[in-house]
Design a protein around this ligand. Sequence first.
Ligand code: HOZ
Length: 429
Amino acid sequence: MSDQVSKSLHARAQARIPGGVNSPVRAFRAVGGDPVYIARGEGPYLYGADGARYIDYVGSWGPMVLGHANPAITRAITDAAALGTSFGAPTEREVLFAEALCETVPGVEMVRLCSSGTEACMSALRLARGFTGREKIIKFEGCYHGHADFLLVKAGSGLATMGVPDSAGVPASVAANTLTARFNDLASVEALFAAHPDSVAAIIVEPVVGNMGCVAPREGFLAGLRALATRHGALLVIDEVMTGFRLGRSGASGRYGVVGDLITMGKIVGGGLPLAAFGGRRDVMERLAPLGPVYQAGTLSGNPVATAAGLAMLEQLTPGVYAALEDIGAALEAGFREAAAAAKVRVCVQRVGAMWTLFFGVDAVTDWQSASASDTARFATWHRAMLARGVYLPPSQYEAAFHGVLHDATVVAETLRAAREAMAEVAAR
Ligand code: HOZ
């Protein structure tokens, strides 16, 4: 598909926006070619600026579990916007939203709304530091929790994609308080606690990693983190920005039966608008200003239009949605495996519910070491071959793909037809 409109828009964008994009992974640098400029979305489809239709497996990097332009969400947004778009003062919808999150997400007794996953993680960790009086944070290599300075250490997502896991501009003194462990390796976490006694405020973890591609926790890993955090007087912060309301109504916490002290949420909770949240234990949350000394704020936090979209999203997330997501995921997974086997392409298909990744050239991915061994050149060929056949995948080996409930049998069949041809193209390279 040659998209001259996108090409020309991208040339103009690059003159005025660094790299032509407002978030680095959108630039398609890891897969070659120009990004597709999107004119509109409808259900499981995106339509490019030149009118071409794509089956969308990026889903705005997670939120579009009900598809694009969901009628109830669109109605809620327009109704709310007609009453005013921002007040910087409390509204009833914030209360309803907070109540809904507390009723649904394990461990959430109180919640504070903000506007992005970055803010949610940054604020939750400030709170953890304020609550414990400790400074160090343990994160996992290849995990990504937004772009706050102290979290850009051995980070996944766009940093892993560009091969620069640490960012310039982060003071060494700030990064020094971030300790990194190996995902799925409890011994590496224990070693950090042993080396830094009484100084770790929190462990933060993506319970199912999406930011090095999709990587599931080993049996017992999350429970082990829970036990280690408790034993060492640190808080467990579960980053459910990607997994929240995707891996079930109660997120990964519910799916794996682990309760964090703090939980961060974003993406799906906002119904596609800028809304995120962090919440957890009442005694911890009560340390936030104005009740406590830990400051956190935002003009657009709890925005009336965003909470309207979020509530309209949450109302539609029934058990039937999750059953459908699981069935669609299973069909895609089986089809991708068959396509790879038929073309004799070495690939490992990893999926948890409605998030998945095809890692090329490896047999299993359990942590950043194994993820980074994958064949990114083959991934790039696969990406381009799928895009040429109208299937829009995340433009990086190190980003999970997401399907929604509207990726029905017809859409899956079309995807798998493209996959069989694309795998043959990968094999031929
Ligand atoms: N951080 C997002 C993926 N892990 C990418 C956001 C974007 O580029 O829109």
